[in-house]
Design a protein around this ligand. Sequence first.
Ligand code: SF4
Ligand code: SF4
Length: 247
Amino acid sequence: MTARAKHYEKMYEMFEASISKRVDCGKMCAPLNGGTPVCCTTDHAVPIVTTGEWRHLKTISEAWKKYKPNDKAGRKIVDDLHEDCRAIECKIAPYCDRVSRTLACRAFPFFPYFTKEEELVGLSYYWTFDDRCWVISNLQVVEQDFVKEMIETYEYLFKKDRDEKEAMVDQSKSMRKVFSKKGKVIPIIGRDGGYYKILPKTKGAIVPAKLSDFGPTGPFVSDEAYHKAIKEEGGDPTGHSLKDAEA
Ligand code: SF4
Ligand code: SF4
């Protein structure tokens, strides 16, 4: 069974909260990505939606078009797609109208984290974006409304589509494997909005954490690192500061 357009209509209504009402995180990562928020371009990940979501999206928005690959990697993404999925590309970034956001847009950089026993305990993040996504380095901005709405929406989705649940169970398993190998702590924002962690080599045991257990990473550790990364991406760091997020 897969989720249909009407189910996505409901899920979009259920999940409208932003990660933070106070901070526009796109302002913080865009200088590292030619001026467009990292999660709004196909340079780092091509958005994939199910046919059910695509049908709903087309009835409410003209912001999206089918993704047309222009290199080998892009063609492989399209060739490997499940018949029930579509690769798409946003036409309105960086000027988001919010109503056009896919489920993935609304959730990024987070995914529902499942324990080994397949219990959904909270949210963790797509770690390969930790060198560009400012939110990953600033989990303190994530608001409880967002956590609650995201979990409720995904629980609804999982009831409609078993494959979506399997994908997140696999994603969680993969995170445990990668982080354990690297000796890194897995951060989790729990259902209650609290912080939790999984220490390496503890067989997935979840224990309470402090925000300071996670800390910033990559270009977000200091203004110096931020400016260096902006320059490496061909941008001009003048006028950009990590303190901008505190405004
Ligand atoms: S979620 Fe991350 S990648 Fe997306 S706009 Fe915010 S900081 Fe940028
Ligand atoms: S719909 Fe909004 S959040 Fe999603 S890719 Fe487009 S501009 Fe970004």
